[in-house]
Design a protein around this ligand. Structure first.
Ligand code: GDP
Length: 610
């Protein structure tokens, strides 16, 4: 008869289902099940498994031990537990309770300006911003961070500052979700246009009040009545006609009517009675995110509730970090930001996704774990897509043949771009090109330079790589050549769309191939009086010649394009410098080079369509 050797083994196990992470160690597992690390190690040893206290255990070992002591467990993937915990934090029950909400302070409304291209959104936003600078304190607003706040009659108004471009519809639509009021801009001399209606649909979907700004009233041919009747047909009946929609005639050019608009916005906000608690952990959404040279990933967020503070552990999608600094729309460092305040957040691990929510986690550990898990799932999901894409799908050059054969063709694409905003714009615009007989499959989409991994993935999934404002590094380029992966680089979105559309029509234009002739790494930057900056470089590949075109790359992203000003070896001007040699490269108007940057020279050659 066995005598129990360890008294702990008989201790009652915790009640209910205990969540255990896969790959836990004996050290993690023991305490969760009211056992010591030694209990776990010894038990496994008696079952023929030799493990140390800090070694990851297999699912089988964990289940075996749990069964032995009669504990009920649920195995989860690492981070899943934290995700559950975080989700609990995310559920703000108080928001459903009107009595509680009524005790909260009033918060500024979040306003999005929408409308047809060229109807004056940008100018209107600029005008409102600068009108406020004159009215407001000294210092003025200097930063474009994607949103800004202005004061009107003692109340604050928050404006989302999204660009008015057709390709950015998707982001705008997302902006409307964080939005309380939509300003629909219609040019008085142009009337309702397709994007006016598109914007109207977005605003309706978000179920927010709409106020119409009839812009360009200074123009001859301005016809506000026509705008009102066009929109009344679509349900926006003007107040003066017995309806509920406010119409404000104005001119973003002269500034007339802007004050009216602001006053009416303040009025709508008052009626809406928007409230939020500044207490507790902050939550909100990401308006814009990009990789800033020098500052790392930067995200502009809009706080929806709570107060965001420097030092808080923030998580948004797969990005996380302890907030290193908060910068407001005036470019000032601020210690905290409350409801409806837009701020730039520094200190995140990677570029967040615009439109994603963010939350302050209970601890840094939970924040990182959650982000890590999401990243993991994200990757799994994209691998899954990859596998399915590899089965069918075609490259750009084959797509027309596939269409002609009568079957539904799928074009496999990997899209890399410099910032999230442009990535989304590219993806969304591409999606619009889909036809019944041609589908697009995005094997991978991401921010940053084109890497060897991207090329590898393209090779295995039969995809074409589209780069928008990014470049492949040398290794990626070499691999692409070996694997016959096509990389197409663009800097203009319409050019990209045109090419893809033409490919679908079998009209793929000859690509202007940029043949890289050489690259050099910047080792040190010298400032020479009256001459400017000289970069001390080492040529790494090929030859760098004086008359070729160049671009400067930092981590695969193009930071500048132009021509070389001068090329020197020691004190002599030279025509070219070969790989393995040092040289001095004169930079004309571009001054912001740093050690580690790559200067790439290239020639343009036309490659005929095969
Ligand atoms: P967006 O595409 O909607 O952002 O339009 P912009 O703000 O870029 O304006 C398009 C053009 O219309 C620009 O040339 C502006 O200067 C002009 N514009 C905008 N508002 C007015 C206005 O109230 N009056 C006049 N005359 N021109 C305007």
């Amino acid at each position: 008869m066995d005598v129990p050797t360890y008294s702990a083994t008989n201790a009652p196990v915790p009640e209910g289902t205990i969540v255990i992470e896969r790959a836990s160690t004996a050290q993690d597992l023991g305490p969760k099940l009211a056992r010591t690390t030694a209990d776990v190690v010894r038990f496994l040893l008696t079952n023929g498994e030799m493990v140390t206290a800090t070694q990851s255990l297999s699912d089988e070992m964990i289940k075996l031990f749990a069964a032995e002591i009669g504990a009920e467990i649920r195995l989860v993937d690492p981070g899943e537990e934290q995700e559950v915990e975080l989700r609990k934090v995310l559920e703000f029950d108080d928001e459903d309770d009107d009595d509680i909400v009524a005790t909260w302070p009033i918060r500024p409304p979040v306003i999005t300006v929408m409308g047809h291209v060229d109807h004056g959104k940008t100018l209107l936003l600029d005008r409102i911003r600068s009108a406020n600078v004159i009215e407001g304190e000294a210092g003025g607003i200097t930063q474009h961070i994607g949103a800004y706040q202005v004061e009107k009659n003692g109340a604050s108004l928050t404006f989302i500052d999204t660009p008015g471009h057709a390709a950015f519809t998707a982001m705008r639509a997302r902006g409307a979700d964080a939005t309380d009021i939509v300003v629909l801009v219609v040019a008085a001399d142009d009337g309702v246009m397709p994007q006016t209606l598109e914007a109207l649909d977005h605003a309706r979907a978000a179920e927010v009040p709409i106020i119409v700004a009839i812009n360009k009233m200074d123009r001859e041919g301005a016809d506000p009545d026509k705008v009102m009747s066009q929109l009344a047909e679509r349900g926006l009946i003007p107040e003066q006609w017995g309806g509920e929609t406010m119409y404000v005639p104005l001119s973003a050019m002269t500034g007339d009517g802007i004050e009216d608009l602001l006053e009416n916005l303040a009025l709508i906000a008052e009626v809406e009675d928007l409230r939020a608690t500044p207490e507790g952990r902050a939550a909100g959404s990401v308006l814009e995110a990009h990789l800033d040279i020098g500052r790392g990933p930067v995200a502009t967020v809009l706080v929806e509730r709570g107060t965001l503070r420097v030092g808080d552990p923030l998580v948004s999608g797969a990005a996380w970090g302890r907030v290193r600094a908060l910068i407001n729309d005036k470019g000032e460092n601020v210690p905290e930001a409350g409801p409806s305040a837009p701020v730039q957040v520094l200190g995140l691990s990677e570029v967040a996704e615009s439109g994603d929510g963010f939350i302050i986690a209970p601890s840094e550990k939970i924040a990182s774990k959650v982000a890590e898990t999401r990243e993991h799932w994200h990757r799994l999901a994209s691998l899954g897509r990859d596998a399915s894409a590899a089965g069918g799908g075609a490259k750009l050059e084959d797509i027309f043949r596939q269409i002609q054969s009568g079957e539904t063709a799928t074009l496999n694409l990997i899209v890399k771009a410099d910032v999230n905003g442009s990535l989304e714009a590219v993806i969304d615009s591409l999606k619009k090109l889909e036809r019944d007989d041609v589908k697009l499959s995005f094997v991978l989409r991401g921010v940053g330079g084109i890497s060897e991994n991207d090329v590898q993935l393209a090779a295995t999934s039969n995809a074409t790589i589209l780069g928008f404002n990014v470049r492949p590094d040398r290794k990626a380029r070499e691999l692409a050549e070996r694997e016959k992966v096509e990389i197409r680089n663009y800097e203009i979105i319409y050019k990209l769309l045109e090419d893809i559309e033409n490919a679908m029509l079998g009209l793929l234009s000859p690509d202007i191939e940029e043949v890289v002739t050489g690259d050099a790494e910047v080792r040190e930057v010298f400032r020479v009086p009256r001459v400017g900056s000289i970069a001390g470089c080492m040529v790494l590949n090929g030859t760098v010649s004086r008359n070729s075109k160049v671009r400067f790359l930092r981590e695969g992203t193009i930071i500048w394009k132009g021509e070389l000003q001068s090329l020197r070896r020691f004190k002599d001007d030279v025509a070219e410098v070969a790989s393995g040699f040092e040289c001095g490269i004169g930079l004309s108007d571009f001054q912001d080079l740093k050690p580690g940057d790559i200067i790439e020279t290239y020639e343009e050659r036309e490659i005929p369509v095969t």
